[in-house]
Design a protein around this ligand. Structure first.
Ligand code: 13P
Length: 262
């Protein structure tokens, strides 16, 4: 039985005042939701503030990227051990915005993935196809290639300490979420592909869905058997949107448990 996980990706948003109000509301709103896991990924300058406010709560925090090497002459880069200093337990790797706007590739994402694990941080590894790729029926080819960029290099067992996220590019920031059935189909594909290497790893790895998740559509997505939670962009910036998504995760974890027992 996999616990649901909800991750807020703030992207390049926030300020000290806005974050304080948001985090205080989140702390109060998810305090009693014991059945799932919650994470906020803040921009680097706010990791200290995030740590100060979230430590001792049931919300973990993380960053949105890291550099694959340690200290060095790399202007503007942030090393894994620096994230550890601020208590980060998670880091997003290979987000489609990093791939498209900052020229990240399967190779650089794989290197960052390994560097995160080396520092004891759980990578949240993003995969997904563009609208054109979906229209050309290339979804499995693209997502399979991105997944293989990890499995071929490092073997399936690296996924024991990782989270995967399926984020179709056409759904990110678009108000056009994948339907639960569309997302489930790709999540099944991902899990089966991992199972070809190791069934146990496939059964345990959490695969999140991301792309226009809202308070309204979260529960329908999270009820699908291979969707283990969400990676949330815009709706993570407002407590009144994010808390119901966390509640949907909590409720669907409980429903899954009840179905197992019945
Ligand atoms: P939206 O939820 O704003 O579509 O963004 C999704 C995303 O990119 C999360 O990483």
């Amino acid at each position: 039985m996999r616990r649901k996980l909800v991750v807020g990706n703030w992207k390049m948003n926030g300020s000290i005042a806005i974050n304080k109000a948001l985090l205080e509301a989140l702390i109060a709103g998810v305090r009693k939701l014991d059945n799932s896991d919650y994470v906020v990924c803040a921009p680097y300058p706010y990791l200290c503030q995030t740590q100060q406010l979230l430590q001792g709560t049931n919300i973990a925090w993380g960053a949105q990227n890291l550099c694959s090497t340690d200290n060095g002459a790399l202007t503007g880069a942030v090393a894994p051990h620096m994230l550890v200093d601020y208590g980060c337990r998670y880091v997003i790797i290979g987000h489609s915005e990093r791939r498209a706007l900052f020229h990240e590739t399967d190779d650089t994402a794989a290197a960052r993935f390994l560097a995160a694990q080396g520092a004891g941080i759980t990578p949240i590894f993003c995969m997904g196809e563009s609208a054109e790729e979906r229209d050309s029926d290339w979804t499995e080819y693209i997502v399979g290639r991105q997944l293989d960029s990890l499995i071929r290099r490092f073997g399936p067992y690296v996924l024991n300490n990782a989270v995967l996220a399926y984020e179709p590019l056409w759904a990110v920031g678009s108000d056009q979420p994948a339907t639960p059935e569309q997302a489930q189909e790709v999540h099944t594909f991902i899990r089966k592909r991992i199972a070809r290497c190791d069934a146990e790893v496939a059964a345990h790895v959490r695969i999140l869905y991301g792309g226009s998740v809202t308070a309204e559509n979260a529960e329908g997505l999270f009820r699908m058997p291979d969707i283990d939670g969400g990676l949330i962009g815009r709706a993570s910036l407002r407590a009144e949107d994010f808390i119901p998504i966390c509640r949907a995760a909590d409720a669907t974890t409980v429903q899954g448990l009840e179905a197992l027992i019945a």
